[in-house]
Design a protein around this ligand. Structure first.
Ligand code: A2P
Length: 341
């Protein structure tokens, strides 16, 4: 008998679910038994974990009996309903949805930034929004040394953030467009092939901000534990399959030069500098895909701020890995042994 934890994946057939499995395998995450959970549509099908077929079970109220760690990525409403059930059954939940992120009793964790918060959990730990993770991993080493007063983020977000069906829709609509066929979008609300559009989350008519942008603002403040940091953000969905990119400009309290940023990021965990001006080679989603690190480049003075307090840069990170599954597995790796008993 193994004492290794029983791990449940909720949403195992999804884009993030597949990366949970691959990431656990790649990082030799200890698993006594895997419970693969999805909707009734998938029950009875199988997934492969460490060379063995695991039969997918339907997510029900009884699915968490004997589970030590439950990784959720099946959307906010499933998390809201079933995460408390999993906690009641004795599991620690790492939730990839937005359901609990702003709950003051739920730690919102990026291990490179605030791993210490994990110990405050009361059963649920939230994985931050993918656009927030992508920006905050490289901003944190700078903020820690020279507080960032204000940051402006413009995102170029991939289909993967909207799930496996959205990735399929990008491929299918592109194929239809190339073949001159009409295509009716089913997953995303707007034409995706050879197009881009404002992020598909609901927009607040009063403020003009969509939910994705509001998440980035609120989550930045919670993770940095800095209610005063000013965040401006525009989130855009672009026709890229996976890996989000972001243009980021930030203003620090004290003067900062591009060499300071390079020094602070050179050995920062989870960051890789890709900044080749000679070859005009900078972070690209195609290079970030399948990689653990946030790629950072185009590090340069923001010329609109002659005071020398501001820097602009461009980043790219795999939305399914650091933006979702990898961050969640890193959290699970740090759970104290008692959670695994
Ligand atoms: P299923 O494939 O059975 O529908 P993605 O984020 O890539 O769209 O994936 C969503 C995940 O959430 C899938 O694994 C999907 O399973 C799962 N899911 C969706 N609805 C439910 C539900 N009602 N109960 C359990 N899992 C669900």
């Amino acid at each position: 008998m193994s004492n290794d934890p029983v791990v449940a994946i909720v949403g195992v057939t999804g884009a993030v679910g597949a990366e949970f499995i691959a990431t656990m395998d790649r990082r030799n995450f200890r698993v006594g038994r895997l419970k693969a959970l999805a909707s009734a549509r998938s029950a009875g099908k199988t997934v492969t974990f460490r060379g063995k077929e695991v039969v997918i079970e339907e997510l029900t109220e009884r699915a968490f009996d004997g589970v030590d760690i439950a990784l959720f990525s099946a959307g906010g409403s499933i998390s809201r309903k079933y995460a408390p059930v999993a906690v009641k059954a004795g599991a620690v939940v790492v939730d990839n949805s937005s359901a609990f992120r702003m709950d003051p009793n739920v730690p919102l964790v990026i291990p490179e930034i605030n791993a210490g918060r994990i110990r405050d959990h009361k059963g649920i730990i939230a994985n931050p929004n993918c656009a927030a993770i992508t920006a905050l991993v490289p901003l944190w080493p700078i903020h820690r040394e020279n507080r960032i007063k204000r940051v402006i983020i413009s995102t170029y977000q991939a289909a993967s953030g909207a799930g496996a069906a959205a990735m399929d829709e990008l491929v299918e609509s592109t194929r239809a467009s190339l073949e001159g066929r009409s295509f009716e979008p089913k997953v995303l609300p707007l034409p995706y092939a050879f197009n881009l559009f404002s992020h598909n989350t609901a927009i607040d008519p009063a403020t003009g901000y969509n939910d994705e942008e509001t998440k980035v603002i609120k989550e930045t403040r919670k993770i940095f534990e800095d209610e005063k940091i000013a965040v401006g953000v525009t989130c855009v969905r672009v026709p890229v399959l996976r890996a989000h990119s972001e243009a980021i400009t930030f203003e620090c309290e004290r003067p900062i030069g591009e060499d300071d940023v390079r020094r602070l990021l050179a050995n920062a965990p989870g960051v890789r500098i890709v900044d080749d001006r000679v070859k005009n080679y900078f972070p690209m989603p195609i290079d970030a895909s399948g990689q653990d690190d946030v790629l950072v480049g185009r590090i340069r003075r923001d010329l609109s701020d002659p005071s020398g307090h501001s820097i602009s840069m461009f980043v790219a990170a795999d939305q399914l890995l650091k933006g979702a599954a990898l961050n969640a597995i890193q959290i699970a790796e740090l759970l104290p042994q008692r959670a695994l008993a």
